[in-house]
Design a protein around this ligand. Structure first.
Ligand code: 13P
Ligand code: SF4
Length: 301
């Protein structure tokens, strides 16, 4: 029996469903039941019929699925797949900011640990951050952990006062402006589509800024035939699948999230078979961190 057949059989036997982020390997995207950006995956995780969720992504994603679905079993194909940015803020600074600003909302990018979510007022993803920050009654916003997404949102919501944190996604932060300019030179007809985790200098020369699914949607509806994609290279699979007549270019140094690439078909079959790598969150932490996630789902409606 090949590995895909094996996964199908195990899924049925274990009453399981597979969720995958656009950054995982194409082979994994191909066998997923649901594939999408962080917002879509957190929404879809709520109300699934299956008892077990296999989350093909990094730890904050599995953790968020568990927080929103305590009665479900959430399995991670590789427990060590983590997001470096998820740890780039601290509770002490949050407390300090709360003492400094009376009217403060702590807005937490979903790429964060449950502990950070627990101390935040609302979560956001790159797909809904602008909408949610606009909807908040607070004037002062402490946006954690990502400084780049924070600057992008601050520009869209000038009526608010932002306090910035120093976190970043190493994959997007290390993208090189010169390489994007070189790609533009080589493909003058191409539109530049960029994830807001990229540095401001790259966002500034972009035609569109949005989440992974926003980028995929934009490329599909644009009349242009060529695109320079400034985000993790895993999105290429869906872009090419949905747009066989269009061309997608990346920077010479392709942005790769090593953690997302840790997910393999073999590891999916293994956790389905053994039940290993189950996500656990203490009930106290779950209840406290669930508030910010649920508020996001409510405000993003
Ligand atoms: P989105 O898919 O929500 O745009 O997020 C990108 C990301 O870095 C996920 O880790
Ligand atoms: Fe985290 Fe960046 Fe990887 Fe996304 S691409 S999971 S933000 S390290």
């Amino acid at each position: 029996m090949d590995i895909i057949e094996k996964i199908k059989k195990l899924k049925e036997k274990k009453n399981a469903v597979i969720l995958a982020h656009y950054y995982v390997e194409p082979k994994v995207q191909e066998i997923a039941d649901y594939i999408g950006d962080s917002f879509y995956l957190s929404k879809i995780a709520v109300g699934l019929q299956e008892q077990t969720i296999v989350f093909c992504g990094v730890s904050f994603m599995g953790e968020s699925a568990k927080i929103l679905n305590p009665q479900k079993t959430v399995l991670m194909p590789d427990m060590s797949a983590d997001c470096a940015m998820a740890h780039m803020a601290d509770v002490e600074t949050i407390r300090k900011m709360r003492d400094t600003y009376e009217d403060l909302a702590v807005v937490c990018y979903i790429n964060s640990t449950a502990e950070l979510k627990q101390h935040s007022d609302v979560c956001v993803t790159s797909a809904n951050a602008v909408k949610i920050v606009k909807a908040l009654p607070n004037k002062n916003i402490f946006f954690i952990p990502d400084k780049n997404l924070a600057h992008y949102v601050a520009e869209q919501v000038p009526e608010k006062h932002f306090v910035f944190n120093k976190g970043f996604c190493p994959v997007h932060e290390n993208m090189c402006l010169e390489e994007v300019l070189k790609a533009k030179e080589e493909h003058p007809e191409a539109e530049v589509l960029t994830h807001p985790e990229c540095p401001e200098a790259i966002c500034k020369i972009s035609d569109y800024i949005g989440s992974t699914s926003g980028i995929i949607r934009y490329a599909g509806t644009s009349e242009k035939k060529e695109f320079i994609i400034c985000t993790e290279s895993g999105v290429r699979f869906q872009l090419e699948k949905e747009n066989p007549d269009k061309k997608f270019y990346f920077t010479k140094t392709e942005p790769v999230c090593r953690d997302m690439k840790l997910v393999t078909l073999e590891k999916i079959a293994h956790v389905l078979e053994t039940g290993e790598n189950e996500v656990h969150v203490t009930e106290e932490l779950r209840i406290e961190s669930e508030k910010a996630l649920s508020k996001m789902l409510e405000l993003a409606k």
